[in-house]
Design a protein around this ligand. Structure first.
Ligand SMILES: [Mn+2]
Length: 423
């Protein structure tokens, strides 16, 4: 079997882990045995297009390998939660699985996902971390540039397993799932150059327009206050093709279109608050209150339009996502003006949001630790957190007091004025 480049890159890290083995042949063997043994298998896909597609690639592969559908379960965590919380761990344990496969999440330290004898866990992910739940096998692309998405990793893992006898329709499904999931994380303009698999035929058959529309629709339900991830999963599972998925006359797409419209209205309602700048001018904060997960979208939108001399990241903080729980959900994105600046200076941008957030928090003794496990996770270019409102206010206080170089303040006011005139 030819091990694709990306998996080879991943397996080369095996030596640096003591308890987390990344050996693809071994994983493949495990898959085949999992299917043959008909043991209860649980998939834990993340809620976005990349997570859903990665999960469905595994779902279809395991069925193709002969696992009975009644042995295969899929679980999505509840709103604002993650697979590491006590509540979710209890829900996951109730499936009494023997094999657990986590897609596009799970890259953080902790106890085993399911703490029972004989349970084997595989994590397929690309979020930045060097630590994982105890006992899990890990296939992570996080340290390998260009960082593969979870759906690409899963595709590369599954494709060799089914290729021998699989019907053409299955191979096509795995391909478009790989493409939709990857576009979800890396954008529709993503160029499928090596070491990524060759997806030209898939793109030609379904077109970027249809595949991009699929991403947008799949991401809509989980962003609404209703948080019905299952609507997106079911639509993707039952759609006969990407074109069927995005067709307004398809029975599964109705809710997706409705959810997307709800999200659009909510973004429009929340996006017009004026930003506030940190003392050093590096961070712009937009505060909103919404039951919908629109904070990452609003951060992205402002990151592309806001201009300021020292601005590096845009942060959108949402105090209303988990209503009544006293929590602040916030998302940060790299400001486009900072990218343009580094480009003009001939440099490559080195903005690392995770490092910046941790650096601010460390300026007050104990604060970084108090922030807990849901702080500064994700990717260098896209991070954020879920912390108590009081901790968030402490963090913002540090940012406000961060010192600006002598001539910066006037510049910010000027930029803000320009923004308000143009916006
Ligand atoms: Mn992803």
């Amino acid at each position: 079997m030819v091990i694709p480049y990306l998996l080879q890159a991943c397996s080369s890290r095996t030596g640096s882990y003591s308890s987390h083995h990344i050996v693809t042949n071994h994983i493949n063997d495990r898959f085949a045995r999992s299917a043959a043994a008909q043991l209860p298998t649980l998939l834990l896909p993340d809620k976005d297009a990349d997570g859903l597609c990665s999960g469905l690639i595994l779902y279809r592969t395991l069925l193709a390998l002969g696992l009975h559908a009644d042995r295969l379960s899929v679980h999505f965590v509840s709103k604002g939660s993650n697979i590491h919380t006590a509540d979710e761990r209890a829900r996951i344990a109730r499936y009494t699985p023997r094999y657990v496969i986590v897609c596009d999440q799970g890259s953080r330290p902790g106890p085993p996902i399911v703490d029972a004898p004989g349970v084997r866990t595989l994590i397929v992910d690309h979020h930045l971390s060097d630590e994982f739940p105890d006992g899990a096998e890990v296939l992570s692309a996080a340290h390998h540039e260009p960082v593969a998405t979870s759906s690409t990793l899963t595709y590369l893992l599954c494709r060799p397993l089914v290729s021998a006898a699989a019907p053409a329709v299955l191979l096509k499904q795995l391909e478009y799932l790989c493409v939709i999931g990857t576009m979800g994380d890396l954008g529709t303009a993503f160029r499928w150059e090596a070491p990524f698999p060759d997806m030209r035929a898939c793109l030609k058959e379904w077109t970027k327009k249809v595949l991009g529309e699929a991403v947008s629709l799949l991401n809509a339900p989980r962003r609404t206050a209703k948080y019905d991830v299952l609507s997106a999963w079911n639509a993707l599972l039952h759609a006969s093709s990407p074109r069927d998925l995005v067709s307004r006359s398809s029975i599964h797409s109705g809710r997706l279109y409705e959810a997307r419209e709800d999200v659009r209205i909510e973004i429009e309602r929340c996006t017009h608050t004026a930003p506030t700048f940190s003392g050093d001018g590096q961070v712009a904060l937009i505060r909103i209150s919404s039951g919908a997960q629109v904070h990452p979208l609003i951060a992205t939108r402002w990151a592309s339009t806001l201009k300021s001399a020292r601005l590096k990241i845009v942060m959108c903080a949402n105090s209303g996502y988990l209503e009544g729980q006293g929590m602040m959900n916030f998302a940060c994105r790299v400001a486009r003006c900072a990218l343009q600046r580094s480009g003009q200076q001939g440099g490559v941008h080195d903005i690392n949001i995770i490092a910046m957030l941790k650096d601010y928090a460390e300026r007050v003794p104990g604060l970084r630790e108090a922030m807990g496990d849901d702080f500064a996770r994700g990717h260098k270019q896209a991070s954020g957190g879920i912390v108590s409102i009081s901790l968030f206010e402490q963090l913002w206080e540090i940012m406000l007091k961060a010192e600006a170089p002598a001539d910066n303040t006037g510049m910010q006011i000027c930029d803000l004025l320009m923004w308000s005139l143009s916006g």
